[in-house]
Structure formats: C-alpha cells, structure tokens
Write a protein that binds this ligand. Structure first.
Ligand code: GAL
Length: 411
C-alpha cells in the first residue's frame, strides 16, 4: 500500500479515536483499603473503553470533605466529569442546573432498578446519575474470637448488647470500636433510633421529621441508649477514621463496631472471612429492618462530545452486571440491579440481599439518614451537628431532643 495512504489512514484512525476517548475526572471519597480496591474496578472498566481516568479522590469517610471540594470546584466553574453524589443531593445539584442527561445510556434502567432508586437517579424524568450498589447501614460487626469467648451469642437487643459489651471489657477489649467523627456518630445514632423505636418510628422521626416523633419518650430513650454506648468507647476515638475502628475489631483490640457494610470491604481486603474471623449481625433490635445507602455517580454538564461520550460509557459500565459483581464483592455492598452472578457473594451479602427483599415487601426498608438518603443536606447537617455535640459533651438526653427538634426545622 502507498505509504501516504497508510499515514493518512493511521492519522484518521487516531483522530477518530481521539474524538471519542475522553479524560474522565471522577470525584469520590473511596480511599480506604476496600474502597480503593472497589474504585479501581471502575477505573479499569472505563479504561477498557478507551478513556483516561483522572482521579479526584478526597479522603474522609462519609464524604463531607469530598462535598466541600466539589462545591469549590463547581463554584469556580470547573466541575469534574462525574462525582459521587447520592440521595436527595442529586436533586439539589440538578435543580441548580449542574447535571447532564445520561438517558442515552439508561434506556433499560426503568426495567432494571427498583422504582425508588430510579426516581432518585432522575431529574424531571431524565437520568442524571448512575447507581453502583446498595449498602446496608444497620449492621454490627463483631470479632468472632471475642464473641466465642463471651458465649457465642450475638446480641438481639440492647440488654444483650450491653451485657456483651461488659464481657468484652472484662476481656480487656475496647468494647465498642468507634471513630469520633460526626458522620460516624450519626451512623450509630440512626441504628439506635431504629433499634429502640422500630422502623415506623425511625421513618416518622428521621425521614418525615415529624415533630411528635422527635419530641417523644422514644427519642429520649434513644439518646439515653446512645449515652450508655458512649461509656464503652475508648478515649482515643476522637477523629479516628472508620476503617481504623474496623481494624480494631479485626485485630482483636475492639469487640464490635456499628457501621455500614463498607466495613465488610475492609474485612474482605484483609482476607478475613465472615463467620470465622468476624460476625455480621443486624444492629440490636433491627433484625426486621434495613437502612439502605445507595452510592451513585452524578454526571455534570459537559459540552465537549468526547466528555459526553466518556460519561455515557461510565454510566453504562456502572450498570453492567460484570461491574456490579466485581465492584460489590470488593465494596461489601450488594448489586442494585438484577441479573448479576451471585455465586461469589458471602453470607453477609446473601443476608443483605434476603433482608432487602423481605423488608421491601413487609415494611422496614428505610433510607439511611446519616448517609444522605433521607432528608435535604442542610437539614441533615443541622441534625448531625446535634448528635455530634451530644457525643462530645455532657448534654442531657432532654436537651438533645430539644436541639434535635430545632435542627429538624432547618431548611
Ligand atoms: C458512605 C458511602 C460508602 C462508604 C462510606 C465510608 O457515605 O456511601 O460507600 O464507603 O461512606 O467512606
């Protein structure tokens, strides 16, 4: 073949490639061991489609720091291509006019996603975000050896829980491994409210923000329970990252931890096995309920055709059964869509799948307050402040209820 023709053909092939391959900048806060392994799978999948992954990782569990970084970037007119945004916040960003339509990747999604999930991913009927998983928040993680030594029975309610905590203390452990950060405090709090008051009370108080439910003896009892939990947490907890608290349970320094099943991602990354090294059980009193936390990536408005193509390919990759399998195996969560091979999922994940389905039918499936699923971000922030203050002071339960009531009115 004529050399000039070859050169021209190669050049045009390169240009064609260049016109669809994009640099896709993705903001996320997945920096712990299990999280980093999970996000690496997304990167791999995007790169397999010929795009370049630009990592915008902002450390800090729960995403508070990431959201601050995101706001700064958007205000300066330079948003990332995609960002880990979830729950009602997706609507908030879409209302600002920041998000782009990814319907071209989402033609089948209405058929694949539970309606509540699909609705959360759409703005004015158009998909603007893609969901990666379902995390369950109301878990308790227990060191299996310590539990065996204490008789082997996981606590079903708070009486049993505190009895076990005393036994762990007697074993010389920090009974409750916790990190003193506001979002972790809120994670414990919501499981306590669910366990003390049940799913309907949880929904009235932390989803509907009903004043009667908030200003009630059940809420007082929830704070009393939280106050008692505080007494089993060590002095070094202030500021501790959640995955370090999980490591305490893993290496036998800590007895148990309240945390969503991203904690399982840490156990898995350390080759620990459920039922052998650790136990995953519903937080006390919450066996018939399920607080869900769905991670998703929202797509920002982009003009360039290659960037748009990158977003659409990212969204398609996220919802593919192959990605949902490998990502969730690493992340500790379960797939958000059907048609995913379940063979490799462990007993905790299998339990999560079964409980998700049964609570969806019988009631008890509730959005996580602490993880941005339930109320607008401003209201959530105000309530989390109250919980954190309660955890870090001698505030009485009565004062906490009053402060909670006031915070619940924040718009
Ligand atoms: C949650 C997020 C999880 C997670 C956790 C700790 O808000 O939904 O995916 O990893 O924060 O960083």
């Amino acid at each position: 073949m004529n050399k000039r023709i070859i050169v021209a053909a190669v050049a045009s092939a390169l240009m064609a490639g260049a016109s669809v391959a994009a640099e896709v900048e993705v903001l996320h806060w997945w920096t712990s061991g299990g999280e980093a392994k999970s996000v690496a799978e997304l990167k791999k999948m995007l790169e397999a489609k010929g795009h370049k992954w630009k990592d915008f990782a902002v450390a800090g569990g729960g995403g508070d720091a990431a959201m601050t970084a995101l706001k700064a970037r958007v205000v300066s007119g330079n948003p990332p291509t995609a960002a880990q945004i979830k729950g009602p916040s997706i609507q908030e960003w879409a209302r600002e006019g920041s998000l782009g339509d990814i319907s071209d990747s989402a033609r089948e999604w209405d058929k694949l996603l539970p309606k509540v999930v699909a609705d959360a991913m759409k703005y004015k009927g158009k998909y603007v975000a893609a969901p990666v998983n379902v995390h369950r928040v109301n878990w308790l993680w227990i060191n299996q050896d310590a539990l065996n030594k204490a008789g082997g029975k996981a606590p079903a309610n708070y009486d049993e829980f505190f009895a076990l905590a005393d036994k762990f203390k007697a074993q010389g452990l920090v009974a409750i491994a916790h990190g003193g950060q506001p979002w972790q405090d809120a994670t414990v709090f919501e499981s306590v409210v669910l366990g003390v008051g049940g799913a309907k009370f949880y929904n009235d108080a932390l989803v509907k923000l009903d004043a009667k439910a908030i200003d009630s003896p059940t809420m007082l009892k929830s704070f009393d329970t939280l106050a008692k939990i505080k007494t089993y947490i060590d002095k070094d907890a202030a500021g501790r990252d959640w995955n370090l608290a999980t490591a305490m349970v893993m290496n036998g320094k800590g007895g148990m931890q309240f945390m969503g099943d991203w904690a399982k991602g840490e156990f898995t990354a350390a080759n620990k096995v459920a039922g052998k090294d650790y136990a995953c059980v519903a937080a006390p009193g919450t066996a018939n309920a399920y607080t869900f936390n769905i991670d998703s990536f929202a797509m920002f408005n982009v003009k360039a055709a290659d960037a748009k193509k990158g977003q659409l390919d990212l969204a398609t990759a996220i919802m593919s059964p192959e990605f949902q399998e490998v990502f969730n195996l690493n992340k500790g969560s379960i797939p958000v869509r059907p048609g995913v091979n379940k063979a490799k999922f462990d007993t905790c994940a299998t339990k999560s799948m079964a409980d998700f389905d049964s609570t969806a039918k019988s009631g008890g499936l509730e959005p996580s307050f602490a993880h941005g699923m339930a109320v607008p971000s401003a209201t959530q922030g105000a309530i989390v402040d109250v919980i954190a203050k309660f955890m870090n002071s001698n505030m009485s339960s009565k004062d906490a209820v009053a402060a909670l009531l006031k915070a619940s009115k924040t718009k």
